[in-house]
Write a protein that binds this ligand. Sequence first.
Ligand code: NAD
Length: 497
Amino acid sequence: MKVIKHFVNGKSFSGDSKRTGKVFNPATGEQSAEVKFASTKDVNEAVSSAKKAYPDWANKPPLQRARIMFKFKELIEKNSDELTKIIVSEHGKVYEDAKGSLVRGLEVVEYACGIPQMLKGEFTENVGSNIDSWSLRQPLGVCAGITPFNFPAMVPMWMFPMAIACGNTFVLKPSEKDPSCSIKLAELLNEAGLPEGVLNVINGDKEAVDALINNKEVTAISFVGSTPIAKYIYENCAKNEKRVQALGGAKNHCVVMPDCDLDQAVNGLMGAAYGSAGERCMAQSVAVAVGNIGDELIDRLARKVEALKVGPGMDKQSEMGPLVTKEHLSKVKGYVDIGEKEGAKLIVDGRNFKLQGYENGYYIGGCLFDHVTKDMRIYKEEIFGPVLSVVRAKDFNESLQLVNDHEFGNGVSIFTRDGDTGRAFSNKAKIGMVGINIPIPVPVAFHSFGGWKRSLFGDQHMHGPEGVRFYTKLKTITSRWPSGSRSDPEFVMPTMK
Ligand code: NAD
């Protein structure tokens, strides 16, 4: 059986721990590897290696750091097929979607190539007579990232390219469900010329995460995953005096106005609800049908959901792959059972989907509910599977109220032809990322990604300008040379006269 180890100080690292986890191919249900679960001692070793590498790396001119990012970009492009196949084999999503997610990660590397421009700072000549002042941003030290299973390349790449380009060193703890991609990315970054110890990957579970939180040398933690764990990370990082950004779960609504281009809305919803089998934090799992559009929306959606091509991620015909694990498959099926019991109308039932030759894979067909109401668990909780709930709302205000009352605030979309409605919606929605006639409004790398409410704990979003702010701290220097104006001792606050 293949064993997936850690990557520390520029090389593969076995660590001390004897604990391991199992990695499966979701398309077949077969175990493909064993992954090492790091002990506290193993994590501390990775942090020590990052600490040792920090002074030289932080001191390297930003342009030299950027050149390594340029080389890394080239290597990702060269190895894109292999990286994509690794994602498909451990996550299950379809090849082209996996490739798209890799490219979205690559775009963050491209943004990080411009780091000299972003670290330039600000300068004011003569803040006082012959006194100059300037502000600059310096790296934090050793930073860590903890990432979820659903984007094994993209989410780690929201973090470490930005952190490293800013002059920090990094310890990444990817999801134990699909860890191979992170190891491959670390190997490529090493090949690109990154000094040993600047990026380390440690595999494991709660023990590894807690070791990162408790290690005093770790100055900042970026987390992406479910809301309960995000809250745990946020609270415990604060207790341990660390900077933290902790992105959590979601329940993204798509408001369908009666005046919209319904073809566009339905096609948008199909991709956004069922793409990657709904295992996206920006998946749209609730469609709000406004006014009299509900029946036609359901009718058109039902036909398309029934026709969804579900199959292994490597099959070019597949539109939707399996779920990530057997446990997750039963959780998602369990939610469909709950929805039925709660009285929602199950229009398309994918629970009994079977694929010849892949009987042990973790497949489920697309599921569609109508007449879902806001008190139901299938409305309130994140299912993270291919289950779309349609809620009926009498008008725009009611739909907006639903969006704003929900505990999550990651993404939302509205489909309308009316600019006034679109503007009012984007202005009033209490949500971090808003789409107008765009089903999945994921910001590109040079903007920043993040939700509101219980979808993000902390102040800064990921990558883009917010990424630079998160991974650096501000220093402001005020200076006067002896040849400038001289003064007697001053015992009052200096002010501009
Ligand atoms: P998860 O919370 O189970 O795991 C995320 C990470 O936390 C993993 O590395 C895991 O090993 C670690 N972890 C799990 N349990 C832990 C514990 N008790 N203590 C400490 N660490 C623990 O999430 P997941 O199932 O891997 O990913 C799916 C979730 O991630 C969904 O809720 C999804 O919405 C969310 N997500 C959010 C975003 C976003 O940007 N907001 C992006 C992607 C995924």
